[in-house]
Design a protein around this ligand. Sequence first.
Ligand SMILES: NC(=O)c1ccc[n+]([C@@H]2O[C@H](COP(=O)([O-])OP(=O)(O)OC[C@H]3O[C@@H](n4cnc5c(N)ncnc54)[C@H](OP(=O)(O)O)[C@@H]3O)[C@@H](O)[C@H]2O)c1
Length: 259
Amino acid sequence: MTTQPYLSELFSLDDRVAVVTGGSSGIGRAIAGALARAGASVVVVARKEADLIATVDELAAHGCRAAWVSADLSTRDGVRLAAEKAVEAFGEPDILVNSAGINLRPPMAELNEDVWDVTMAVNLEAPYLLGQRFGPGMAERGYGRIIHISSQQAHRAFVQSGVYGVSKGGLESLARSQAEAWSSSGVTCNTLVPGFVMTALNARLSSDPEKVAALAARTMVGRNGLAEDFAGAAVFLAGRASGYVTGQSIFVDGGFSVH
Ligand SMILES: NC(=O)c1ccc[n+]([C@@H]2O[C@H](COP(=O)([O-])OP(=O)(O)OC[C@H]3O[C@@H](n4cnc5c(N)ncnc54)[C@H](OP(=O)(O)O)[C@@H]3O)[C@@H](O)[C@H]2O)c1
């Protein structure tokens, strides 16, 4: 017996198109790679062209179909432009991953309106606008997967959660609202919740060995997260196997949240 057709039925992303924001770095880049290697044609969206090109080159080297769009998701026009440019490569997406995010971490008393606005724009409004742009089409076609990336800080406050925690709490609520709207049309909407993951976003913390060790000790697995830890969960949530999973926040955190 060969397991291949069975696994393909559950997990293959052949003929699917995915848009991954923040797909040029960290968790988003690992997810873009995973979806592409599972068969999807992937468009990565971020600002810095050099990182985008390096990502697409790496995917092409694995024989994957990939394209990039440089856009600033902190403005509504930027998001709209990103969406229109993203569909030029492979058509309307079946899978939308919102991994682009920022965490500016000012102390609460110093949190000003500019930091509030840009954080809410990138972390929450862009996922909302992209959902509005792509969700109805997915529903019409009868298949769609929307995957958000939130944070422990959607659930508890620490290391200056400020507006970042607010935006991520909203993001998990957005997933539930989208799930309510579109699940009956075959579009599931879920959130992956990382713990502490060693990426550029965390450069300040991850360059301090004592803090890194202390955070690792708070997990059950005994180490901090790596971007690759999100590959399997993303492929699962993007594929047919997860058709009855929707509106959920799924923790990929080595047990951090339950320790
Ligand atoms: N690392 C962690 O421990 C951790 C924990 C919890 C949650 N998360 C969440 O996981 C997601 C990915 O984080 P990461 O750790 O992988 O971070 P990362 O390595 O810093 O990647 C962030 C990505 O977002 C893009 N981006 C940022 N601002 C943007 C903008 N205005 N317009 C378009 N793209 C923008 C960046 O590219 P450009 O700079 O080129 O635009 C980059 O591709 C984020 O939503 C983050 O909040 C991370």
